[in-house]
Design a protein around this ligand. Structure first.
Ligand SMILES: Cc1cc2nc3c(=O)[nH]c(=O)nc-3n(C[C@H](O)[C@H](O)[C@H](O)COP(=O)(O)OP(=O)(O)OC[C@H]3O[C@@H](n4cnc5c(N)ncnc54)[C@H](O)[C@@H]3O)c2cc1C
Length: 375
């Protein structure tokens, strides 16, 4: 049986919420704190690829995500004017009754997970973080920002790319690196014929759109920006429209709908892969806190959610904490490093169009083959 019976999860993103659900389902006590006052930042859509759906299925939540999003199973490559140049069937990792991928508003994923957590009797303590942690013997003494103190068998930092738990535990040496691109998403209406993912390859940029509901889709784009910019929100619609101006077809029509900063998320791309171990004593980091990826393979959420279910399963299998946490990282490291490094290579080729060593098609195919393997 598990030598861990009470856990503090720091961060109620996809990794933290999934972990809390999976721990409770395995009979392991768990509390969860989240810095934000709300469960999810207002945002736009996200693609949950096959590995994410498969991991969510193990905690019984894939169907709810599919129901609140838009499932699809093909990808179409297009030229800049939207003429289709190729169609790829995406693998259905959960079998023929499930879509390969689901596009969904990010807040819906958080809500599905939080509803399940509430059903299991775990409340997310919003607007709360940890202010200190100290490892003493077989436990971790934690002080929280609400003034309370408690002792846990295990603390899990699922607090994202700028993880406080990582910094408090390992020091500042594992800083995420800006990779020279800005990642754009904008929510617009979905024309009825958009039933899968479309990518437009323009003379200078790649962009496209994914369905996320019966009425909505999101536009995505990556922009090469060597020095991380600070753009005021009110500039975002104009900047995105400029970026999309080289495209025709359905993307040009969707571009006309980009009018308000509230529709848009624009974030710098970061890359980070922590070398093992991902734990020190009884504190471990998972998800973006341990491995943040640039978006080329759209798999950051997949590997974060997978971390959560694998860690919960490994803890439930029992054994000494040191051995369990070492084994967890060993199971996860190569797969997460592959996603981070291959995504970054793809980004490098995007920044140097026409590179003689550009091997995008093979790297994408090999990465998805690897990710299709069960965890
Ligand atoms: C614009 C954009 C688009 C993306 N699109 C996709 C996509 O389509 N598909 C995909 O697979 N991935 C995508 N990703 C990546 C994906 O969002 C991340 O990999 C995933 O969210 C990681 O989950 P996480 O739970 O580890 O971290 P996060 O989602 O960052 O969650 C961390 C949580 O911890 C909280 N927190 C932070 N600090 C503290 C603290 N000190 N105390 C308490 N709580 C704290 C945060 O508020 C947050 O709620 C995208 C990323 C971006 C930026």
């Amino acid at each position: 049986m598990a030598t861990v019976s009470n856990t503090l999860v720091v961060g109620a993103g996809m990794a933290g919420l999934t972990l809390a659900v999976a721990l409770k389902r395995n009979g392991i006590g768990c509390e969860i704190v989240e810095l934000r006052e709300h469960l999810s930042e207002p945002g736009t859509g996200i693609s949950l690829q096959g590995p994410a759906l498969r991991a969510l299925h193990t905690v019984g939540l894939a169907e709810s995500c599919i129901a609140r999003g838009f499932g699809y199973s093909f990808f179409k490559a297009c030229d800049a004017q939207g003429n289709v140049t190729g169609t790829v069937e995406l693998p259905r990792l959960l079998g023929p009754d499930y879509p390969a991928t689901v596009g969904i508003m990010r807040h819906w994923v958080h809500e599905v997970l939080a509803e399940e957590l509430a059903r299991l009797g775990v409340a997310v303590r919003l607007g709360t973080t940890l202010t200190s942690l100290e490892q003493n013997g077989d436990g971790v003494d934690v002080a929280l920002s609400d003034g309370t103190r408690a002792r846990y068998d295990l603390v899990v930092g699922a607090d994202g790319v700028n993880s406080t738990v990582r910094e408090l535990t390992f020091g500042p040496q594992h800083e995420p690196r800006y990779t020279g691109q800005m990642n754009w998403r904008a929510t617009v209406s979905r024309p009825p014929e958009v039933l899968g993912r479309y990518s437009y390859f323009g003379p200078t940029n790649k962009s496209g759109f994914n369905p996320i509901s019966q009425t909505q889709m999101y536009i995505y784009a990556l922009q090469n920006v060597p020095v991380k910019p600070r753009w005021p929100d009110e500039e975002l619609p104009g900047r995105l429209r400029d970026l999309l101006s080289e495209f025709g077809g359905a993307l040009a029509r969707a571009r006309e709908e980009v009018v308000s900063p509230e529709q848009i998320i624009c974030r710098p791309t970061f890359s980070l892969i922590m070398p093992p171990p991902w734990h020190r004593g009884r504190v471990i980091v998972i998800g973006d806190a341990a491995h943040a990826t640039t978006p080329q393979l759209a798999s950051g959420a997949s590997i974060a959610i997978e971390d959560a279910v694998v860690l919960a399963r490994r803890l439930a299998d029992g054994g000494g904490v040191e051995a369990v946490l070492t084994d967890f990282t060993a199971r996860r490291y190569d797969r997460c490093r592959m996603v981070v490094q291959n995504s970054e290579r793809l980004g490098e080729w995007e920044k140097r169009p026409g590179s003689p060593d550009d091997d995008t098609v093979n790297v994408v195919a090999r990465s998805y083959q690897e990710l299709a393997k069960p965890v």
